[in-house]
Design a protein around this ligand. Structure first.
Ligand code: HEM
Length: 409
């Protein structure tokens, strides 16, 4: 029975085996996630002291449950989630980790100002994307990640926030450094990058907030310091700064991967590519299907608030529950032909942005950017194709994206 795909030897024993730490999962996590979902949908990883859920319904119920908490100091000592609290510098006022009432106090005014700006700036956002794609090579081979997927999100979020566009390279680097904070198993070198990137970001944003207080401009940093000054938003300086930084960092790598994964999927599914070329009105649905099929963020987590039955299992206060968004998004209980990439799917109620009070605040922006990139790119390159290449997926655990994607025009 050695080649039985459900043989116990193939079953993961720890959640790190399901991440990019394991070369097999880094290459393609889906077969492992499938066997887990089918045979062990509520897995206990004793070493990491976490539960790991892989069925859609269990995950949906858990993320939507407002009684679950998030702050790493509430997680059991020694667990993987508790490590988020041990990084040496206090970045834990990010809404990503806060619980109510602080979460709502910060998220509500921030989301209101952010969404108003995205709506107002949509034509400008699309024009920025057009400019990046216009500047990409007219013919030949090039790396789509380098020329388009990396520059678009950082340019867009920088313009929304009002950060200096001559510093885009630094911002991208600081984002890559700071997002290491979401890797609970870091090397000392990664710890050092996390700290120095965070300090550079803090210094830059402190200056920027002070400058906008003196002389407001038409940007989100000005919106937030004005809301603060008028008393409309009860948010301390460091909270404003951390959460503006969270927008910069949160939107970079993830949207880059939504663009890269989408173009890769379309180029490897010619019928889907052809359908989108003929029916550009399928653009928004194509984005949803990419999010379902190859979600840029593979997991999210919550912490059990008290003695509870979760997904049919007794769980205790402080135990972290990690959830595979990637496994949930291919659960056949919810999606017909779940293993097929199909942009014409009628209902794509995926969970790639999480859910409940912590649902991704950047989802509307990511959707606008990805849709416009896919359509504009196909318009510019009517014969875009994928030359033979060895794909290398990101090493950052629990994120799914390509290091490079060479395309041919
Ligand atoms: C394809 C792109 C993106 C994906 C797949 C993604 C995914 C996620 C996920 C899974 C969560 C956790 C949700 C939960 O636990 O329920 C999250 C939260 C968050 N995301 Fe995104 N994200 C994306 C783009 C963005 C963008 C563009 C921004 C900012 C401009 C952003 C900023 C954030 C922030 C600040 C949070 C924390 C929200 C909270 O806890 O209240 N994300 N995102």
């Amino acid at each position: 029975m050695a080649d039985d795909p459900k043989a116990p030897a193939q079953m993961p024993q720890s959640i790190l085996e399901l991440s990019a730490f394991n070369p097999v999962a880094r290459d393609n996590p889906h077969p492992l996630l499938k066997s887990l979902r089918e045979t062990c949908p509520v897995m206990r990883d004793e070493a990491a002291k976490v539960w790991f859920l892989s069925r859609y319904k269990d995950i949906r119920d858990t993320v939507n449950d407002r009684t679950f908490v998030r702050h790493p100091t509430k997680a059991e000592a020694g667990s993987l989630s508790a490590r988020f609290a041990e990084e040496g510098r206090e970045r834990r006022t990010s809404i990503l980790f806060l619980d109510d009432p602080d979460h709502a106090r910060i998220r509500q005014p921030l989301a209101k100002a952010f969404y108003a700006r995205i709506n107002r700036m949509r034509p400008e956002i699309e024009a920025m994307i057009d400019a990046v794609i216009d500047a990409a090579p007219a013919a030949g081979r090039f790396d789509l990640m380098e020329k388009i997927a990396v520059p678009v999100p950082v340019l867009v979020i920088a313009r929304i926030l009002g950060v200096d566009e001559s510093r885009l390279g630094d911002f991208r680097q600081w984002s890559e450094d700071v997002i290491l904070g979401l890797n609970p198993v870091r090397t000392p070198e990664e710890d050092a990058r996390l700290i120095s990137g965070g300090e550079a970001l803090d210094a830059y944003f402190s200056e920027l907030m002070a400058a906008r207080r003196k002389a407001p401009r038409d940007d989100l940093v000005s919106d937030m310091v004005q809301l603060q000054a008028s008393g409309e938003a009860d948010i301390a300086d460091d909270e404003v700064r951390t959460n503006l930084e969270a927008l910069l960092v949160g939107g970079n790598l993830t949207t880059t991967d939504l663009i890269g994964n989408g173009i890769w999927l379309l180029l490897t599914h010619p019928a889907q590519l052809a359908a989108l070329r003929v029916h550009p009105e399928l653009g928004a649905q194509a984005v949803e299907e990419v999010l379902r099929y190859e979600a840029p963020v593979s997991v999210t987590s919550r912490i059990v608030p008290g003695e509870r039955i979760v997904a049919g299992c007794p769980m205790h206060a402080g135990q972290p529950v990690w959830m595979s968004l990637a496994a949930a998004n291919r659960d056949p209980e919810v999606f017909d032909t779940a293993e097929a990439f199909d942009i014409t799917r009628k209902r794509a109620s995926h969970i790639a942005f999480g859910g409940g009070p912590h649902i991704c605040i950047g989802a509307p922006l990511a959707r606008i950017e990805a849709r416009h990139v896919y359509l504009k790119l196909l318009e510019k390159y009517p014969a875009l194709s994928l030359p033979k290449q060895d794909l290398v997926w990101r090493a950052l655990p629990f994120f799914r994206g390509l290091e490079t994607l060479i395309v041919e025009t």
